[in-house]
Design a protein around this ligand. Structure first.
Ligand code: ADP
Length: 319
């Protein structure tokens, strides 16, 4: 393998820059020519591909976002556009591609390998919804951003003695809510993996009120319902007017934590080494602090077991 390319795709995540840097520096180290594709698969279809050098990735390890930009491309789901994308790579003599993104991007990486391009996928998503890897790049930073926000929300919630519902991202995965909720001492955590009834929430609020605690932090994963609808339900059934805070895109930005930078650095090098060793269609992951790889299809088929022990912590700690 003499030439490879790297792109970031789908929702961006803090640490993607560190991953690109790692792919570029490892390529230079192993004397492979490295190219950057701008705007994910959309840029690949358009042939928006430029050479990168060790200096191209100087001063980015600490920055959120992705300097290669990210995008979504419906066209890439059509074989004729994937062929067009592969032809752009082949025209430049590129036969390997590193894709940094979430599950949708992984499927794209698998599909373009059918066009004769060797692919390796690196998990970059704050949602932490890829079950084959203990953690994805961006998750730790996102949890810390939420934690910082809820510490501030807690101050004002305590002053005004009001419950606050904090809605966080994660799509169908409750990890951001669960991890930041535990670290932030939330009274209630509501996630898609475990049903919580409104009656249970009310019982918990009432219990706290009886012991004189009027503020109460409810961490709500977006995959369950919106903060506004839960606020309305609580108002209707109890008369309690909870405040709501929808954290939104701040969860996807910011300087990556050391944990995410290190994870990204380890995975980027692994991806280049896999391509050098002739592998294709592989997903890089981490398990028990070991970086490993498995076929993308197998990686995507693994479903996440629910971490009951983690979930039960809240019940015990907010007694
Ligand atoms: P994420 O990678 O964060 O999960 P998406 O699900 O939006 O984000 O996927 C990112 C991109 O991956 C899509 O815009 C599309 O270009 C590509 N992709 C997703 N699903 C497929 C598919 N079935 N076939 C080919 N490409 C796909």
């Amino acid at each position: 393998m003499k030439r490879i390319a790297v792109l970031t795709s789908g929702g961006d995540a803090p640490g993607m820059n560190a991953a690109i840097r790692s792919v570029v520096r490892a390529s230079v180290y192993y004397q492979i020519e490295i190219y950057g594709v701008y705007r994910g698969y959309r840029g690949l279809i358009d042939g928006d591909i430029e050479p990168l050098y060790a200096s191209s990735v100087a001063d980015i390890i600490h920055k959120g976002g992705t300097f290669l930009k990210s995008a979504r491309s419906e066209a890439f789901k059509e074989p004729k556009f994937r062929k067009q994308a592969a032809d752009h790579l082949k025209a430049k003599g590129i036969d390997g591609l590193v894709v940094i993104g979430g599950d949708g991007s992984f499927i794209g990486a698998e599909k373009i390998s059918e066009e004769g391009i060797s692919t390796v996928a690196i998990p970059g998503t704050i949602d932490n919804d890829l079950a084959y890897t203990d953690e994805s790049i961006g998750f730790d930073t996102s949890v810390n951003t939420v934690l910082d926000s809820i510490s501030k929300i807690r101050d004002t919630s305590t002053s005004h003695e009001k419950p606050t519902i904090v809605e966080v991202m994660g799509r169908h995965c409750g990890d951001i809510a669960l991890y930041s909720g535990i670290a932030g001492g939330a009274g209630t955590i509501i996630i898609p993996e475990e049903k919580t009834t409104t009656n249970e929430i009310i019982a918990k609020l009432n219990k706290d009120r009886q012991r004189g605690k009027l503020h109460h932090l409810i961490l709500l994963a977006e995959g369950v319902q919106s903060a506004a609808s839960l606020q309305e339900e609580l108002k209707k059934q109890t008369g309690i007017s909870a405040r709501i805070s929808v954290l939104g895109f701040i969860q996807r930005g910011g300087d990556p934590t050391s944990r995410d930078r290190i994870l990204a650095s380890r995975m980027g090098v692994k991806a280049v080494e896999l391509l050098m060793d002739g592998h294709s269609n592989q997903a890089v992951g981490i398990h028990n602090n070991q970086v490993y790889h498995l076929p993308i299809q197998e990686a995507l088929a693994i479903t996440k077991p629910f971490d009951q022990e983690m979930y039960d912590l809240t019940k015990i700690l907010s007694v």
